[in-house]
Design a protein around this ligand. Structure first.
Ligand code: XUL
Ligand code: CO
Length: 435
């Protein structure tokens, strides 16, 4: 039986670019074949349970603005109602995946035994709903940043008992993810960092975090979880400084603790911006080290300097993100999770649907532009021309040599390189033909 929350809202349909219906897809046709594969299978969209169903509209200056039938979120009855509404939205959007934190699904009980029991209870309820839904679990994760026990970090907490609570919590969340057939497990360390170095043992905290992640990987293998373990970089917020600062920092961290073949990255547009990068930079850095796992799609306000988690609406930016994803072979277990929330004045159930339709359409447009650029091959050709010298056997010999032999060759052959244009504007004009 329907909850009635989305009453009057029909399943969203693809109507084509000419449609003026604000509740229809104009670019996202899940069945469109692009580069030999359905668009749905390329993009692998997921709804984020936290922003759409758990967040109540608060901001740092104001309280809740949304009044939902499942508020207050303090009972299991309301947790079940929230799940019912969530699956109704998945159906309206025809979305293939969703993602959750444990805390999005049911309230914190204040102790581990009851947290475990209620997590099992609500994920059994969700497993039941998944029997009659086509929406699968892209990833699960543990919220180890909201409750006050996590204020000084989870695996990086000065108190070993918090590390223990975190370990038990992550185990319970991997178990729940495994039970629901999740394709990945994500760790985002919002409080794995510091507020001030005055009270922080940086070396000890990072060593503990490395050990923790190794335990997570061991456990994944022990239970036969086939999904990928992903860490999600972010430079700060809520911590002043977060250890998983950006893709490059995470890659160094994973290498240091021997996890480079076990853990990949979940990259988020807004986090890239906060780190002073572009989204495509983060994706390209991860791809260059074969560590691209999944993406959290959203956008940050470029003026606020805050993690605003808005729905994406910039096609050229999204196109370049997907260009680098496609170039590295596309998603395997990963996908496009809308880690994005409404503005707090967008009160209506219709706003939730429209926001996702818009986001999915923007991604579809960007993706198609990216696929067209890949198929055309112009950027690849230009790259291969620019680096052509490195295919010369003499260049390979040089790399195998030493400074003395190279210097002799520079002297003997009178090597005097001639600078060549980087052709940036020409390449930017090329991209603009597609976006
Ligand atoms: C926070 C954020 C999280 C992670 C999952 O900025 O992005 O929602 O995606 O914990
Ligand atoms: Co995220």
């Amino acid at each position: 039986m329907s909850t009635g929350f989305f009453d009057g809202l029909a399943p969203a349909r693809f109507e084509g670019a000419e449609s003026t219906n604000p509740m229809a897809f104009r670019h996202y046709n899940p069945d469109e074949i692009i580069m030999g594969k359905r668009l749905e299978e390329h993009l692998r969209f997921a709804v984020a349970y936290w922003h759409s169903f758990a967040w109540e509209g608060q901001d740092p200056f104001g309280g809740t603005t949304f009044e939902r039938p499942w508020h207050p979120q303090d009972s299991m009855a309301n947790a079940r109602l929230k799940a019912d509404v969530a699956f109704e939205m998945f159906e309206i959007l025809n979305v293939p995946f969703f993602c959750w934190h444990d805390l999005d699904l049911r309230p914190d009980q204040g102790n581990f035994a009851d947290n475990l029991a209620t997590l099992n209870e609500i994920t059994d309820y969700i497993a039941d709903k998944m029997q009659t839904s086509r929406t699968r679990l892209l990833w699960g994760t543990a919220n180890m940043f909201s409750h006050r026990r996590w204020m000084g970090g989870a695996s990086t907490n000065p108190d070993p008992n918090v590390f223990a609570f975190a370990a038990a919590t992550v185990k319970s969340c991997i178990d729940a993810t495994h039970k629901l057939g999740g394709q990945n497990y994500v760790l985002w360390g919002g409080r794995e960092g510091y507020e001030t170095l005055l009270n922080t043992d940086l070396r000890l905290e990072q060593d503990n975090m490395g050990r923790f992640l190794n335990m997570v990987v061991d456990y994944k293998h022990k239970i036969g979880f086939k999904g990928a373990i992903l860490v999600e970089p972010k430079p700060q917020e809520p911590s002043k400084h977060q250890y998983d600062f950006d893709a490059a920092t995470c890659i160094g961290f994973l290498r240091k603790y021997g996890l480079e073949n076990e853990v990949k990255l979940n990259l988020e547009q807004g986090h890239a911006i906060l780190a002073g990068h572009s989204f495509e930079h983060e994706i390209a850095v991860a791809a260059a080290d074969d560590m691209l796992g999944s993406i959290d799609m959203n956008r940050n306000d470029y003026q606020s300097g805050w993690d605003t988690d808005q729905f994406p609406n910039n096609v050229p930016e999204v196109a370049m993100a997907y260009y680098h994803i496609l170039k590295s072979g596309g998603f395997s277990t990963g996908g496009t999770n809308f880690d994005a929330k409404l503005r707090r004045q967008s009160l209506d159930p219709q706003d939730l649907i429209a926001a996702h339709i818009g986001g999915m359409d923007i991604c579809a447009r960007g993706f198609k532009a990216a696929a067209a650029m890949i198929t055309d091959g112009g950027l690849e050709q230009s790259l291969s021309d620019r680096y052509a010298g490195w295919h010369d056997p003499q260049a390979k010999t040089m790399l195998a040599g030493d400074l003395d032999t190279i210097t002799n060759r520079v002297l003997n052959d009178n090597i005097n390189p001639k600078p060549r244009s980087g052709r940036q504007e020409i390449l930017e004009n090329y991209v603009n033909r597609f976006v």
